[in-house]
Structure formats: C-alpha cells, structure tokens
Design a binder for this molecule. Sequence first.
Ligand SMILES: N[C@@H](CCC(=O)N[C@@H](CS)C(=O)NCC(=O)O)C(=O)O
Length: 216
Amino acid sequence: MDTKPTLVYFDIRGRAEPIRMMLSFLGVEFTETQITQAQWEAAPLATPFGRMPVYREGPLEIPETFAIMNYLGRKHNLCGTREVDRVRSDVTAEAWRDYGNRIANLFGAKSTSDEARKNFLIEEQPSLLADLETYYLQNEPRSGYWAGASITVGDFAAFHMIEGLAQSSNTLANFPALLAFYEFFAAQPAIKAYLQSPQRPAALFHGPDGKIYPQD
Ligand SMILES: N[C@@H](CCC(=O)N[C@@H](CS)C(=O)NCC(=O)O)C(=O)O
C-alpha cells in the first residue's frame, strides 16, 4: 500500500507551488495527482470546498493552501523558534497572500479590464512591494530570511510570489532587498535542487482565457 502523502492540484505551479517546494525542501516523498483544467471542467473532483490544492496524509485531508503550509511548518519545525519569529512568519505569509490574491483576481479573471490591471501595476503595486520590503528589512537578526535566523513558512510564501515577479517583469530592480532575498533563497541547496528539478511544472498559472502561461 502506498502510504506517501498526496497533493492534488492542477498541472501548473499556481497555488500548489510553495507546498511542492516545502515538501521537496523537507525531503518528504509524496505523490501528485495533477488535473488538467479540461478534466476539472468536465468532472471536478470532490474536495472539501470544491477547490484545490488538497493535501492528504494518512487520515488527514487538508484543503486551503496556507492550512497545508502551516501544517507542514508545525510538523517539521518551520514556524520559527521565538514567538517574534512565529509572528513574523505568519505576517509574512498573510501579507504575501493578500498580494497574491490581488494578482490572481486581476490577472486570472476574465472580468478585469486592462485599465484596472495597468492601474494596479502603476499605482498600487509599488507601495505594496515597498511595505513588504520594509517589513522584510525589520527582521532581527538580518539573516536573509523573513522571520528570525532560520527558514520558515513565511519564506516559502514570499519566495513564491517574488519568483513570479522576477520572471514576469523588471519590477524587482526597484526593490533591491526583495531581489536579494530572491537570490539568497534560490541559492539554498535544497531549494536550488527543486528549482532545477524536471518534475517542476513548467506552467505558472491559468490565464483568463483558460490557457496556461507562460506560452511558447
Ligand atoms: N483559498 C483557497 C483557494 C483555492 C482556489 O481558488 N483554487 C483554485 C485553483 S488556484 C480552484 O480550485 N479552482 C477551481 C474552481 O474554483 O472550480 C486556497 O488558498 O487553497
């Protein structure tokens, strides 16, 4: 009997990517069930809230990306050692989740206008990223991580979104500390191995047209 945990999601990076990255970093062997969008539209899987990702481990079935990440963080001691670090890890993950939801709503939805997207990029995004960068720079000690001296769930949440920025625009050039974090985190041996792994899905996300991006 296969007792490995299972991660169920689309065949893209999307919301499952920081979970895959955590599992890989931790050396947890897991099975993936990857669904295409066409398969999901034809026959959505029964999941607790009708959405994915879902993580199954023994008797546990966990929906919700951050519940899965926090479960893995608690189980494998990636939540920070001091209370101040645990708080910073949570705040980092929540703040990047808010940013990620803005991006998903604007760039993944059919109903959003080009003008709204442009306004976000020009008017809103710079101050959101500036606030995030300020928060990052307040970490003590200045370890390179977001919360204390060691890697936490917050780092995975932050890296996931910052990687998207690094790959899609030159925006990070205006945020040198976020760029430095991106390079620092990507160079951690276990992360570097995952980033180069052939198992990593190539496609970042589903666009409003239902296609997977980036396209050739
Ligand atoms: N709050 C949930 C949101 C999950 C979510 O929106 N999943 C999308 C894919 S990224 C989904 O399952 N879409 C299919 C649908 O809604 O029918 C989480 O963070 O896991």
